[in-house]
Design a binder for this molecule. Sequence first.
Ligand SMILES: Nc1ncnc2c1ncn2[C@@H]1O[C@H](COP(=O)(O)OP(=O)(O)OP(=O)(O)O)[C@@H](O)[C@H]1O
Ligand SMILES: Cc1ncc(C[n+]2csc(CCOP(=O)(O)O)c2C)c(N)n1
Ligand SMILES: [Mg+2]
Length: 343
Amino acid sequence: MTERLRDLDESALLARIFPVYAATARDPREVPVGPGDDAAVVGAPGGTVVATTDGMVRGRDWRDDWSSGHDVGVKVAAQNVADVAAMGARPTALLVSLVAGPAVAVEWAVDLARGIAQVAGEAGASVVGGDLSSAPEGVLVVTVTALGDLGGRAPVLRSGARPGDVVAVCGSLGRSGGGLALYLAGERPVDPGADAAARTAEAASLMAAHRAPRPPWEAGPVAADAGATALVDVSDGLVTDLGRVARASGVAIELDGAVLRARYADGPLSDCLGPDEALRQVLAGGEEHSLVGCFPAGTDVAGIPGEPWHAIGVVEPVGAAGPVVRVDGEVPDVRGWDHFAPS
Ligand SMILES: Nc1ncnc2c1ncn2[C@@H]1O[C@H](COP(=O)(O)OP(=O)(O)OP(=O)(O)O)[C@@H](O)[C@H]1O
Ligand SMILES: Cc1ncc(C[n+]2csc(CCOP(=O)(O)O)c2C)c(N)n1
Ligand SMILES: [Mg+2]
């Protein structure tokens, strides 16, 4: 019989979760006090703390028939780590709040912890604590808070883009949104055996990217060191998130449609979604958590070490139309994600 949260008490649940997070424990000089006390104590070698939080809600941010607890753990941790990276920092510690109805399976909660621990381990952060709260039947909310360290760098803000800067992407575009579109169209991932059709394998890979993204968070500090003037992760869609950079910086941003089609939309994404929907996902698909940066004119973005960066556009002076994002001179007719006005 499935063991449910209502079958044990808080300390028994924590006794199942703590060992999972113990695997992420860092050197005591980095995390002098981990989980178990009233609060954790985390080092800040660079002298400041980068702090961000982002949560996921069952039914709004994932569906149980699509995603496992592990998938949700990977995604909620990854989106927080990407926000730390988008400041030019590396993550040091994560805190996890779990608000759950009594019928949630204990194994789901432990699997969630495993997913979070996986990302924490890969990103070099410790899970240092969190919170448990019960909720009415059916409610399930997971919120992660991430702390990060700039290592003495200046934070890379959304407001630093300047006319002439090169706009470049590190990581994929449109894949998570493409996977979501396939799920919403009723497709289910098929385990791609050796003889599976290429489209079957690609569709499964897009759906996996939607469930459990692996954004290139290591590239955040690297971009800062390469002189990035502005940096953001793609959470709500490329055009929406670059629109935030444009507004904060008081600039316009011009993207190259041919480059976006050739590098990100053509090929597997188009094969799965068709060319128009593929380009729409590249421009507006959310939850990719790839990094988009602006770099001073003349920066050889292809020469930035580590995960590759690809130029997709340029920053221009703001014009009569205001701080807009254009593709080939036109403001594209696409809408990114908005929690209170979902597209
Ligand atoms: N409820 C809130 N109270 C205070 N500040 C908030 C609240 N919600 C968001 N913010 C702040 O507003 C800014 C924008 O938040 P937002 O969640 O859009 O950031 P983001 O980087 O786009 O994250 P996401 O990856 O969730 O899209 C952030 O600085 C955030 O800390
Ligand atoms: C069931 C279901 N329906 C829709 C979506 C799509 N979705 C949810 S949040 C978000 C943007 C990022 O949010 P945030 O800004 O909070 O990080 C997107 C694109 C989903 N994942 N699951
Ligand atoms: Mg962000």
